[in-house]
Each structure stands twice: as C-alpha cells, then as structure tokens.
Design a protein around this ligand. Sequence first.
Ligand code: NAD
Length: 424
Amino acid sequence: MTTTLEQQQSEVLNPFEIAVRQFNIAADHLGLDAGTRKVLANPRRSLIVSIPVRMDDGRTEVFEGYRVQHNIARGPAKGGIRYHPGVTLDEVKALASWMTWKCAVVNIPFGGGKGGVICDPSKMSAGELERMSRRYFSELIQMVGPEKDIPAPDVNTNPQVMAWFMDTYSMTIGHTALGVVTGKPLSVGGSLGRVEATARGVLFTTLEAMKRTNMPIAGATIAIQGFGNVGSNAAKLFHEAGAKVIAVSDVHGAIANKNGIDVPKLLEYVGRERRVTGFSGAEAMSSDALLELECDVLIPAALENQITLRNVERIRAKIVAEAANGPTTPDADVILRDRGILVIPDVLCNAGGVTVSYFEWVQGLYSFFWDESMINQQLEKIMVKAYHDVHDSAQKYKVDLRTGAQILAVGRVAEASAIRGLFP
Ligand code: NAD
C-alpha cells in the first residue's frame, strides 16, 4: 500500500487524539458501555500553572506548566515530568493516559499521571532550572503526594530535578517524604537500578520478541534514535547482551557504523561532549535515515510521532521496540503490521521505568532498600509476564501487540472502576 501526499498531510498527529483512538479500539473489543468509555477516555484532573522565575540577568520569566491525572482507579497517579519547548496540554494528557494503561499492563497498583513545563533547559543555567523546578512543584503541592500522585523523570529531567522536587515538597510539609517522587539520586532514597530500568525493560521485552521470532541476540543489529537516559542505557545493555549497535542519534544528528559502534567508547565520548555527533568511531548520517536503516531492531527513544505515514514504508527493521512514548502513529502502525514488522508497543516496552519506580516507592515507604540483583530479577519477572499477558491477549482477540496490550490494560482499569462504583 502506498500512501498519498494528501494522506500524509492530513494524518492526525495530536497525541491525545491518538491516545483516544487507541483507547476506542480496545473499548470496542471489550464492548464497554458509553458511560465507562467517557470516564476512561478523559483525564480525571488537569492543572495548568504559571511559573514565575527570576532569571540570572534579573528579568522575571513566566513559564507554563501542567500536571494531569488521567485515572486513579487502581492506585495513586504515577508518571514523569517533561521539560521541553514542544510540551502542550494535549501531549501531557496523552502521556498521562498511556501511563494509566502502562501501569495496568505490568499490573502495578498505580494510575496514570504526567506533567510538563514549556521551556528549553539547554538555554537555562543550573540556578534557573532549580528555581523553575521548585516553583513548579510548589504549584503542584495540593495535587502530589506519596499516596496521591508520584512524579518521576522524563525528557530533560533527571535525578537532580527529582531531588529538588522531593526537597520542595518535604520543606513545605515539614518532614522528609521519600515517596513523593521516584527516580531520585541514591543518596536521598533512590533505587538501585532505576537509571537503567527503562532500557532494561526494553531489553527484556525485545528478548522475548526475539525468542518468538527465532532471532538470536548475538550479532543482532540495533539502531537507536535518542541518546538520553533511555537510549544511551539501551545502547549499553544491548551491547553487553551481544548485539551490534549500528547507529544512534540525538537532537544534534546521527552516526552509524555498520560493523558496530564501540558503545563503551561512545558513552565516554558523550559523557564529555554531551552529543553523539563527532564521535570518531562512526560516520555521520542524517537523523531521518537512521529510522530507515536495515536492521533487526529499531529503538525509537526520543519523542512522539517519529514513524508516520511520511516514512513508514521505508522502515526496514524487523522489530520496532518502542522505548519512547507514542513514537508510532496509528496509521503507520497498521502499515507496519501489514508489512510484517513486529511492534513492541510503548505501554509494554518502556514499562521497566515505572516498574522500578514502583520498587523505589515501596522501598521509600518502608525505609528498607533492596540490592540491585533483587531489583533486576523482580523487574525481569514482571516484564516477561507482561509480555506473555500481552501476547495472549493479542492471540485471544486476533490483534497486534499494541491492541492486545491496550485491551489487557483497559480491561483491568474498567474492572477496577466498575467494582469501586461511581461516586457519589
Ligand atoms: P532524555 O531527555 O534523557 O533523552 C532524550 C533524547 O532524545 C536526547 O538524547 C535528545 O537529544 C534526543 N532527541 C530529542 N529529539 C530528537 C530527535 N528529533 N531526533 C533524535 N534524537 C532526539 O529523555 P528520556 O528520559 O531518555 O526519554 C526518552 C523517551 O522515553 C521519551 O519518549 C520518554 O517519554 C520515554 N520514557 C522515558 C522513561 C524514563 O524512565 N526516563 C520511561 C518510559 C518512557
């Protein structure tokens, strides 16, 4: 099937519209009634805040931020906070709903939430970032809490930002509350294994997919878009597992080496230069071309809407492992499926992060911390079971893995909502 220019230009790219479309497909399979659909499709609560910040030059800048709780039927809201110039309320709403489905797919007792601030951290000093982070979190103070809503890192936020959030909350309530955010530094209640957790989950789910398609990991060729927390750790873990990372990219550009990139050297280089471009062990290539490389596994680990009607017919990977949230549009999804390309959907593939965040939250509440092997073992158990559950759901309903995952998740959340009943 060839898509026309008109189809490409009219493709829906609004993330929340995409999330609702995916939800409706599952709701149709489950035969959900109209009332339940309305409750589950829409966010429970959305907050828009203005964040005034004193900049280093004395000016006052006002940033706009959001926090959305999509659903809390199965437990407190859980989901990261993103700093990016492209953040919109609809993006945050979509990301929050994907969190609801993700927590249900891996069957951990959380609902879904997400936050974001429209800003460009690459143009801000550490002091400006700290002041913005603390003021943003103080604006969320009524909404967040260890039993209410527990943020975590996402694009352009990191353990340091989580420490500022935790401290802001703790100073306000008068005592230290470790459980209010996850992804914290180890010195303030972080969990071993959290930094690599999302990428480790990507590896575990990809290994399951490879087993089912008789593809060995040794020598498997991997291309990775995005080299932040998730992408760089995926490169490290796939390399350690014996795969050959043949291309990586970040916001500055892409590099490739068909014989395999020396990942430890690249990590050292990126640690110094803060970019993948210019690394001497690979050649420069265009970022678009990376997505279209012939490879065994393509790992989009940057932002939404990367595989769309514009490029889907040129994707030549055998497996797409969605480390990012929402990297494939629904229209492109259909074409990938028809072309026999296996997509491990985001709500399954990248759920390792929220799973170890759950472990971190539990450890913080108990003030009793596990060793890393225990964390990685428990993570593997949960990810492998989730892969099997999603696979079985897809077989049962004769659908692809994304729809199988969505049916599994929406079914679990609908069941929790029904048994709780409608308040009042
Ligand atoms: P990050 O900020 O650490 O890294 C993002 C990376 O993407 C950076 O290397 C950046 O340069 C790159 N990038 C941005 N735009 C790009 C483009 N157009 N082309 C190529 N590279 C580009 O963020 P992260 O935490 O690694 O998150 C990446 C994705 O994974 C997001 O979709 C996020 O929602 C998802 N995710 C993250 C976690 C987590 O634990 N951090 C968990 C689940 C899902």
